[in-house]
Design a protein around this ligand. Structure first.
Ligand code: ASP
Length: 305
């Protein structure tokens, strides 16, 4: 199958955006726009959707602006533990890593799990041993340091009055990408440091195939961001595709419907989704979601609210 269309959408997390300074917004805007343009050029030049979503997510992991890779949030022990996953819509091959602490680019390792092992997910020490064995870049934990996130954690821990809801809402920065390439192949990727003050060892939705990431040729590719426990319970990424496949919904109908339903149970977050024709939906039920798309050269669209 080949496609006349190529398309790419990305996100940088959903949540409460009122505390982001204008300067930071501008930096985010620049980083997202530049990455979208580069990713789009790759697609134009015939790169696979898998290569492009991996590229985009690893760029965001390398930037301290997002809660993924460098700049991840801290768990309750003041340690950054990261999760990531990637899925190829062509054959449903998928890879994921969880609770890694020293792998520079968790998304690259997730792809290697998919392509070089018989497994789908590796966690913790086992994932890091595998990373070393295949020459993935391993860094000291200091590499991921974020003063901003550490202060946030300490503030949360010091303020017994903060409700879990407010902590959850104040969480942003998980990253993801979905793409359609010239072959008609869809792919999705997601990476995160999870949620501030999470228990050590807690794994959210981002590395769970069907919850944080899903790609299925002929239907859709999805990357989610939000309160992970709910996104796991409702299998949000897969659910978008299921409603399209079995209920004939459009990508917008399907993804908006799910986000509206989640809102009724206070499950907050958002998602990006792309269908086989390159139509894009980027709904959220929070104040905002960092998001961007490009479906024609020079038609870059980056928004927060
Ligand atoms: N979904 C992520 C998690 O629960 C967090 C987020 O998207 O902000 O780990």
């Amino acid at each position: 199958m080949s496609s006349d269309h190529i398309a790419l959408a990305v996100h940088g997390g959903a949540g409460v955006m009122k505390n982001i300074s204008e300067e930071r917004k501008e930096m985010i805007n620049q980083k997202v726009s530049k990455t979208l343009i580069k990713g789009y050029q790759m697609l134009e030049n015939g790169a696979s959707s898998m290569d492009v979503v991996e590229f985009v997510v690893s760029e965001f992991e390398d930037s301290p602006l997002f809660n993924a890779g460098k700049g991840s949030v801290y768990n309750s022990d003041e340690i950054q533990e990261m999760d990531a996953s990637i899925m190829n819509g062509r054959d449903r091959s998928a890879g994921a890593v969880a609770s890694v602490k020293k792998v520079k680019n968790p998304i690259k390792l997730a792809r290697k799990v998919s392509e070089k092992t018989n497994h789908i997910m590796l966690v913790g020490d086992g994932a890091e041993e595998f990373a070393k064995s295949i020459g993935e870049i391993i860094v000291d934990q200091d590499y991921f340091y974020s003063e901003r996130n550490l202060k946030r954690l300490r503030k949360i821990k010091a303020n017994a009055k903060l409700t879990y809801k407010s902590i959850v809402q104040d969480r942003i920065g998980t990253v993801g990408a979905v793409a359609l390439d010239l072959n008609g192949d869809l792919a999705a990727a997601t990476s995160t440091g999870g949620m501030t003050n999470k228990m050590p060892g807690r794994v959210g939705d981002s590395p769970i195939i069907g919850s944080g990431t899903w790609a299925q040729n002929g239907v859709c590719a999805v990357s989610t961001t939000g309160h992970g426990e709910f996104f796991i319970k409702y299998q949000v990424a897969r659910e978008v595709c299921v409603r399209m496949e079995y209920q004939d919904k459009t990508i917008s109908e399907s993804s908006e419907e799910i986000l509206n339903e989640l809102k009724t149970i206070n499950a907050l977050g958002g998602l990006i989704a792309i269908d086989k024709e390159g139509n894009i939906a980027m709904p959220f039920n929070t104040d905002g979601m960092i998001r961007g798309s490009i479906s024609q050269k020079n038609d870059v669209n980056v928004e927060i609210y």
